[in-house]
Design a protein around this ligand. Structure first.
Ligand code: 5GP
Length: 253
C-alpha cells in the first residue's frame, strides 16, 4: 500500500493528507515536549489518550454548535479532521492565575481571576511564542479585527463548555490554549477550532486536592503524565474506571 503523504510533523502530532480533498489525518505521537522543546520525553500511551480526549471535547463542542475541525476518529492514534488555514496565533483563556501570567504579573498561582482573560501568543518556536496585543496582530496582518472578535467569542464558548465538563468530574479548568483555523465556503470564510484540546494544552486541577492532572506533571516533574491523563479520561467516562494505566489503554467504543 502506498504511504500517505506527510504534510507536517510537529512536536506532538503528525499531519497526513486525508482520503478526500479538504481532509487531513491527524496522528497523535507519544512525544512530550516542554519549554519550547528544551525538555523532551516519550510517554507511552499519551498519543492514544490525547486522540481520544480531543475527540471527546471536539465532539461535545460540535454538538453545542461550536464549530471544530473534528470529523471522526479513525483508530487509536488517528483522527480525520477538516483541512484549515491555521491562524498563526495561540489563543489562551485563563480562569485562575498559573504559569506565565503568574510569572509575568506576579500573581500567585491559584488566584482566581476576576473574569476569564483571553490572551494571544504569536506562534513562532524561534521566538518562544511571545505574547502579542491586538495592535500587533492587526498591524502585522496575522488576523483582522473581525477574526479577533470571532476568536474571542469562540474561545469563551470553549471555556464555558470545557469548564462545565471538568467541573462535573471534580476538576477545575485553570487555563487552556486553542488554535483556530479558517475554512472557506464559497465567498465566505469561517473560523473553527482546530489542532487539539487535551491535557497537553490545558491546566486541570483536582478541585478537592489541587492535584495537577495536565502537562505540568511533565513540565514540573510531578509524577507520571500518562497516569494523570488516564485519571482525566476515566473521570470523563472516556476510559473505563478499571483500565490499568497505561501502556495499552482499553478504550470504550
Ligand atoms: P502559559 O502561558 O501559562 O505557559 O500557558 C497557558 C495555557 O496554555 C496552559 O494550559 C498551557 O498548557 C497552554 N499552552 C500555552 N502554550 C502552549 C503550547 O505551545 N503548546 C501547548 N500544548 N499548550 C500551550
Amino acid at each position: 500500500m502506498a504511504r500517505r503523504k506527510k504534510i507536517y510533523e510537529g512536536k506532538a502530532k503528525i499531519l497526513y493528507e486525508g482520503p478526500e480533498p479538504g481532509t487531513i489525518v491527524q496522528y497523535f505521537k507519544d512525544d512530550a515536549t516542554a519549554f519550547n522543546a528544551e525538555k523532551k520525553a516519550t510517554i507511552d500511551g499519551k498519543g492514544v489518550l490525547n486522540n481520544r480526549l480531543s475527540e471527546f471535547f471536539m465532539t461535545g463542542l460540535n454538538g453545542i454548535g461550536v464549530p471544530t475541525h473534528f470529523l471522526k476518529r479513525l483508530n487509536m492514534r488517528e483522527q480525520l479532521v477538516r483541512a484549515v488555514e491555521i491562524i498563526p496565533l495561540e489563543v489562551v483563556v485563563r480562569n485562575v492565575a498559573a504559569g506565565s501570567i503568574s510569572k509575568r504579573l506576579g500573581i500567585a498561582e491559584g488566584t482566581p481571576l476576576p473574569r476569564p482573560i483571553v490572551e494571544f501568543y504569536y506562534k513562532d518556536d524561534d521566538l518562544g511564542d511571545p505574547i502579542v496585543s491586538e495592535e500587533h496582530i492587526i498591524a502585522f496582518q496575522w488576523a483582522t479585527q473581525q477574526d479577533l472578535d470571532d476568536m474571542v467569542a469562540l474561545a469563551l464558548r470553549v471555556n464555558d463548555f470545557m469548564s462545565g465538563c471538568m467541573l462535573s468530574v471534580g476538576i477545575k479548568l485553570v487555563d487552556f490554549k486553542i488554535e483556530v483555523g479558517r475554512i472557506f465556503e464559497g465567498d465566505y470564510q469561517r473560523l473553527i477550532v482546530a489542532d487539539e484540546i487535551s491535557p497537553d494544552s490545558c491546566r486541570l486541577w483536582d478541585i478537592e486536592t489541587g492535584q495537577k492532572l495536565d502537562k505540568d506533571v511533565f513540565r514540573r516533574d510531578l509524577g507520571n503524565l500518562a497516569d494523570a491523563y488516564t485519571e482525566v479520561a476515566q473521570r470523563l467516562g472516556v476510559l473505563p474506571k478499571n483500565a490499568t494505566p497505561m501502556t495499552k489503554p482499553t478504550l470504550i467504543n
